[in-house]
Design a protein around this ligand. Structure first.
Ligand SMILES: Nc1ncnc2c1ncn2[C@@H]1O[C@H](COP(=O)(O)OP(=O)(O)OP(=O)(O)O)[C@@H](O)[C@H]1O
Length: 234
């Protein structure tokens, strides 16, 4: 479904991600894990069309997308949940959801999608008329995920959704990703939380200072010496 081939990308002509190749298959849940500053967000932003590659290619459903503007990429079926959530604080929960559906013209479909979101996230139904800025961090994260889902993506890009959340909330948002996957949507998630990510993803890539140093089935990586030593302090 998604193929990132030999991607090198950075800022102001200085590369921070080097020769990275990543694949996400239809229905798959893939994680990119790595520490602070490894280049995880940079990769997601490039897939979403917010940054342009210095070299390499990105293909989605057989079409090259790395030359397309971000809004065209959304239309093809890729939506992103950005790091830091970025919900529209002064707008109601419901209006935030409606903003996520800006690529859909059919009002009935938008209504159905809102009902679907309220099923997955009952708390958003309860809070639908509240301003988004009055939600807790975890609730805002759920709103950011739901808003991205409103665009009916085939592939969801999720940037560091656990950042700044209380442990109980972290567990909740990870559970929600499992639910999202069960609806058939493919997921590419970047995370610093190595253990939790490897417990729920199908496959993962380990990124260190802009380079992939390991990849494979998530469960197997969890058992690997590299992960145990470098990330789990074992
Ligand atoms: N707008 C920018 N301009 C210049 N350098 C940047 C910019 N954004 C990120 N970088 C640099 O690129 C490198 C990778 O950053 P990136 O945000 O992709 O890492 P990350 O793995 O997502 O880490 P984090 O979890 O801290 O966001 C870092 O060294 C960072 O300082």
């Amino acid at each position: 479904m998604l193929r990132v081939k030999n991607l090198t990308v950075g800022y102001n002509s200085v590369p921070v991600v080097f020769d990275v190749s990543i694949e996400v298959k239809e229905g798959e849940f893939v994680a990119i894990i790595g520490s602070n500053g490894a280049g995880k967000s940079t990769i997601l932003k490039t897939i979403a069309g917010l940054l342009k590659p210095m070299s390499g290619e990105i293909e989605f459903l057989g079409k090259k997308i790395h030359t397309l503007p971000a809004h065209e990429i959304v239309k093809l079926g890729i939506a992103m949940v950005p790091e830091g959530r970025h919900v529209f604080g002064k707008m109601s929960v419901l209006d935030n959801l409606l903003m996520g559906a800006y690529t859909i013209k059919d009002k009935e479909r938008i209504k159905q999608n809102i009902e679907k979101m309220f099923e997955i996230f009952p708390i958003l139904k309860e809070r639908q008329n509240q301003k988004a800025e009055t939600l807790s961090g975890g609730e805002q994260q759920m709103l950011a995920i739901a808003r991205a889902l409103m665009a009916e993506p085939k592939l969801l890009l999720v940037d560091e959704m656990s950042l700044g959340l209380m442990p109980l909330m972290v567990e909740k948002v990870f559970d929600i990703m499992i639910k999202v996957k069960s609806t058939g949507i493919s997921i590419l998630m970047v995370e610093q939380r190595v253990q939790e990510s490897l417990e729920i993803a199908d496959r993962a890539y380990v990124l260190q200072t802009g380079r992939i140093v390991a990849e494979g089935e998530a469960r197997k990586l969890l058992e690997s010496d590299l992960i145990k030593r470098a990330y789990l302090g074992m």
